[in-house]
Design a protein around this ligand. Structure first.
Ligand code: GTP
Ligand code: MG
Ligand code: ZN
Length: 303
């Protein structure tokens, strides 16, 4: 018999599958599930839908990978693509007053999310710490991205403030929590899924060993329909799959303004009649955003 399940987590060759009824089951994957795909897309990752066979009560074998809607990739330490999770409707980019927000990372995530494509939401966590720490930076960051049209939500996993606002965005969708280590992704997952410790325990029990640290992506079903994926924090993030045409979504103010540059192939560096340089001088575009855009644009040309 051949059934479909969703991958809740992957531990090497072993997969934890989430069945239609929400139960977790352990399975092994056949090697090179999708032979027609390039090597980095062949293995099943968190969020994938797979076909499996029940060989016995204890032995389930994943025999096929369902077509993916999208996948979030980033380069590994050798610069090769590494898959984080698949079939994502939206990514919550979580930032906080501490550790200090890395605006470059936000812009790199936005470029990668636009290329998937998927929706991006910016979540400012730990607002209970504001007024003491980095108030102005958080305010200007919120204003910047709100002005660009991205939803920005203020929350505190510690006090519960704003959690209902996040819940509204989760209904019926697969949502990935992403961002630097320590910003509170797992704490938010805990605030959104009250019995998460029991579920982490179930995952560990199914896998057979402890796995409490967020060292891999894990998918949880939400009571309110929809799924939430907690992912390990990153030090830096590179948009492996950045595409020039997706940059219009991540950098709307820059690609929009570029239409007014004197030269249609303006590089926005030192050309005369550059509308973007003009907008930066006028304060309508920040030099930080321009720097990030140029950096990512150059990377899309190289790959
Ligand atoms: N004051 C305050 N502290 C918080 C809040 N949310 C999380 N923290 C704390 O921040 C620290 C890091 O939280 P985690 O949820 O583990 O962060 P993470 O993003 O999952 O980190 P990684 O798994 O390493 O990527 C913990 O000590 C939390 O208690 C918040 O809203 N307010
Ligand atoms: Mg975590
Ligand atoms: Zn220009």
């Amino acid at each position: 018999m051949n059934e479909v399940a969703r991958v809740a987590a992957r531990f090497g060759a072993e997969l934890i599958l989430r069945m239609g009824d929400g139960e977790l089951r352990r399975a092994v994957a056949r090697r090179n599930l999708a032979k027609d795909q390039p090597p980095h897309l062949r293995a099943a990752v968190c969020g994938d839908f797979v076909n499996f066979e029940d060989h016995s009560q204890e032995k389930r074998v994943v025999v096929g990978l369902r077509p993916r809607k999208n996948i979030l990739l980033r380069p590994n330490h050798r610069g090769r693509p590494l898959a984080t999770a698949a079939n994502i409707d939206q990514v919550l980019i979580v930032i906080a007053p501490c550790p200090a927000p890395d605006l470059r990372m936000i812009d790199r995530y936005l470029a990668a999310i636009a290329a998937m494509p998927s929706e991006a939401v910016i979540v400012i966590n730990k607002v209970d710490l504001l007024e003491t720490a980095r108030d102005e930076l958080m305010e200007s960051t919120a204003a910047l991205y709100t002005g660009l049209g991205f939803p920005v939500i203020h929350v505190s996993a510690a006090t519960g403030e704003g959690i209902d606002e996040i819940e509204k965005h989760l209904q019926g969708k697969t949502t990935l929590l992403a961002g630097q280590s320590g910003v509170g992704k797992s704490s938010l997952a805990r605030a959104l899924i009250p019995d998460i410790d029991i579920r982490i325990g179930q995952l560990s029990a199914v896998h057979g060993e402890g796995c409490h640290a967020t060292s891999l992506a894990r998918l949880y079903g939400l009571d309110s329909s929809g799924e939430l994926i907690d992912s390990p924090g990153v030090r830096g993030f590179s948009p492996y799959q950045a595409k020039a045409n997706a940059l219009a979504v991540a950098f709307p103010e820059i690609t929009g303004e570029a239409l007014h540059c004197r030269f249609h192939d303006c590089q926005h560096t030192a050309e005369p009649g550059c509308a973007i340089k003009f907008a930066v001088n006028e304060g309508r575009i920040t030099s930080t955003r321009l720097r990030h855009y140029l950096e990512i644009y150059a990377e899309t040309k190289r790959s």
